[in-house]
Design a protein around this ligand. Structure first.
Ligand code: SF4
Ligand code: SF4
Ligand code: SF4
Length: 290
């Protein structure tokens, strides 16, 4: 977790650029990941979310409508390896850590299985091995355990079209901008992950909107939300601001509730006192009459 939740500026951050216009949906990246990580047979479809990820699949290919009617685009899903990851901020024991060279590392030995990371991730990425006696959280690693010849992960090395490539984040952003500038008629002028939620180490370009499939709200959708600045702010950064005001909210709300309870209690005591006095007066009156 980045202590002050400041945006990272390291020049050596590794990243993956996926270009949806080049993906043919062959799923060789998925199969390479399965082989490299020795992943077990996948869960039956009825036990999986519709994005294809599971405790046994760290990457998947989603089919979305293409720009032309009747066509399709294929988009790879995986952990976005956020620059300021919400999963790491939510983890009570520091089992998820953003490494300076890019990957968000998960330490299974430290994990206590609370699954706060799964609730916290804005991209809904981490999955749990619900069927195992000793389950762990699972997600894409993008670290040295994935890397094959030339130092790239097995998934990007397996891609036959260069749709998904590995490199330095700053170089890949330059490459994405170059492709967009070269073919403005083809690409949307947007790099998904360059800025959203504080930026990610897995970035995308496409000729069609990827917001829905990547679970990244558009700038317009962000603007409609209660926190319009969310577009470029990481969630931990925003949470930090909440945490700063939370003690005051706690004491204010707590004092309010205590005050209300005191008033209710005082009113009941006064009612009881009035009833007691009326009963006493009634008895005294009867005794006087007798
Ligand atoms: S995509 Fe989710 S799981 Fe991956 S680093 Fe970001 S917050 Fe963590
Ligand atoms: S980076 Fe590693 S874990 Fe992630 S999809 Fe590629 S091979 Fe799988
Ligand atoms: S290997 Fe490349 S072309 Fe095939 S599905 Fe994966 S990203 Fe797309």
């Amino acid at each position: 977790m980045s202590g002050a939740h400041t945006k990272k500026t390291e020049a050596k951050v590794k990243a993956i650029l996926t270009d949806a216009t080049k993906c043919i949906g062959c799923e060789r990246c998925v199969q390479a990941c399965v082989r490299q990580n020795k992943l077990p047979e996948d869960y039956p479809a009825r036990f999986k979310a519709d994005d294809g990820l599971s405790g046994a699949r760290y990457t998947s290919i989603r089919e979305i409508p293409g720009r032309e009617s009747g066509t399709s685009r294929f988009v790879r899903r995986q952990c976005m390896h956020c620059e300021d990851p919400t999963c790491a901020a939510a983890c009570l024991v520091g089992a998820l850590v953003k490494r300076p060279d890019g990957p968000v590392h998960y330490d299974a030995d430290m994990c206590i299985g609370c699954r706060y990371c799964m609730l916290a991730c804005p991209f809904m990425i981490p999955r749990y091995e619900y069927d195992r006696p000793l389950p762990y959280v699972q997600k894409c690693k993008m670290d040295e355990t994935c890397r094959v010849d030339g130092g790239a992960p097995a998934c990007t090395s397996a891609c036959p079209t260069g749709a998904t490539v590995f490199g330095l984040r700053e170089d890949l952003i330059k490459e994405a901008k170059r492709r967009i500038a070269e073919r403005p008629d083809l690409y949307k002028d947007h790099i998904w992950g360059e800025h959203e939620f504080g930026g990610t180490s897995v970035i995308y370009i496409s000729d069609n909107d990827l917001g829905e499939v990547l679970r990244i709200p558009s700038a317009e959708e962000f603007a409609k939300r209660a926190v319009p600045t969310l577009t470029h702010d990481s969630v931990p950064h925003l949470m930090h601001n909440w945490v700063m005001v939370t003690p005051f909210q706690f004491f204010t709300v707590g004092a309010g509730l205590a005050g209300a309870a005191f008033l209710r209690r005082r009113s009941r005591v006064m009612e009881e006192e009035a009833a007691e006095k009326a009963a006493r007066d009634s008895v005294n009156k009867k005794e006087g009459e007798a």
